[in-house]
Design a protein around this ligand. Structure first.
Ligand code: LMR
Length: 382
């Protein structure tokens, strides 16, 4: 055993323990989840699943030690839901390359893209359990685990550009928001960009009235729910990995996303229209299992932090270009008509979504919304 971090001594050491631990947690999670889904009535599924997961975690924690206990490379499983060829996918791959380099191979990062390991909500539960170590969920996905504050980033038209976003994420508010994750067993490491959202549907969306009665897939954010309700639509929470099929089969009529996500998931092939609205932002919080992170030897953690800093600069430096390229590809494919709004139509869309600020003030927190706006130096309608 190379080092001690206060955990009980493991029965075995080496790669076998690490691989076994990870596999055990993964299987425990999957088995627990499927068992609950089979036997429990719908309204108690989530609660029971959580209990099962935590029970599995407790048993596993008694059986083996934390990941920094044994010899051999420390494995960081990095799970995400988008394609590799996206801003998040590329930043994750860059982190892998740099973390392995800066730790001289003492860390091995395994990146699992495209929901191959877990879908949206599952991946956060898996991280808390310790079945994976690192994720980069969008700001919109932290509500279900009890952190509503990140939903402030979902407010319509709150950010005019990425430069303004940086004032928040690089400032004191961004730092304070990351600290909120500690209480959920996570450490927030960085903010990664995707970009601005557009609206797609099989109907031309030119005015708020066009949204009325349409079903829109949303991420698990109450702000996004309020946004589509303000437009008279029916919002439906759905995992990212299920959106293409839901659009194809008509389970939902439309969705909002960045050009990069629309293109890499081929949504443009099953949506007749995409309206350039830039009405909202999708960005990510890179999170790591806190116990795992705190248990890393200082030199290894420093190498990973350096890798994260550089991967963040790399990813955020090219996200806008990646979205532009994706839009160009969508235009080239000519499967969806790109609709642009006149200034008057754009103004009407903004006005229709403004009530959202009041609707969600008690959930997200009015002082937080005010502080966010102050840091960006603007009012949302401008
Ligand atoms: C979505 O669910 O639409 C996005 O958050 C997916 C992602 O991670 O970009």
């Amino acid at each position: 055993m190379r080092r001690s971090n206060g955990f009980p001594r493991p029965l075995l050491t080496g790669n076998g323990v690490r691989a076994g631990f990870s596999l055990f947690m993964h299987l425990a999670y999957k088995v627990g989840r499927s068992a609950v889904w089979r036997v429990r009535p719908k309204n108690t599924q989530e609660d029971n699943m959580r209990q099962l997961i935590w029970a599995a975690a407790a048993i596993a924690a008694l059986a083996v030690s934390g990941p920094a206990m044994a010899d051999g490379p420390i494995v960081i499983k990095f799970s995400h839901v988008v394609a590799s060829d996206t801003p998040k996918g590329k930043a994750a791959d860059k982190f892998k390359e740099l973390a392995e380099k800066y730790t001289d191979g003492k860390v091995k990062v395994e990146v699992y893209p495209n929901s191959t390991l877990y879908k949206d909500k599952e991946e956060l539960e898996a991280l808390q359990l310790g079945a994976v170590q690192m994720l980069a969920p969008s700001n919109s996905k932290f509500g279900p685990i009890g952190i509503r504050e990140f939903e402030v980033f979902d407010l319509p038209y709150i950010l005019p550009d990425l430069k303004t976003l940086r004032k928040v994420t690089d400032g004191p508010l961004g730092g304070r928001l990351l600290k909120l994750l500690d209480s959920k067993g996570m450490t927030g490491l960085a903010y990664w960009d995707n970009g601005f959202k557009q609206m797609t549907a099989n109907k031309k969306l030119l005015a708020p009235a066009d949204f009325k009665g349409l079903k829109f897939r949303i991420q698990s954010s109450k702000v996004l729910e309020a946004q589509f309700r303000a437009l008279g639509s029916i919002p439906q929470v759905m995992a990212f990995g299920e959106v293409y099929q839901a659009l194809q089969t008509g389970v939902v009529d439309g969705q909002e996303n960045t050009w990069s996500n629309i293109y890499t998931q081929k949504m443009h092939e099953v949506q007749k229209y995409a309206t350039v609205t830039n009405h909202g932002y999708i960005g990510y919080v890179v999170v790591v299992n806190k116990k795992f992170w705190d248990g890393l030897p200082a030199d290894i953690r420093a190498g990973c932090e350096k890798a994260m800093k550089e991967a963040t600069e790399y990813g955020n430096g090219q996200s806008a270009k990646e979205n532009e390229d994706a839009l160009a590809e969508i235009k080239k494919a000519a499967r969806t008509e790109i609709v642009t709004l006149t200034p008057e139509q754009d103004e009407a869309m903004r006005k229709a979504m403004m009530p959202v600020y009041k609707d969600v003030a008690s959930r997200v927190g009015q002082p937080l919304i005010d502080e966010f706006l102050k840091e960006t130096g603007r009012s949302p309608i401008n």
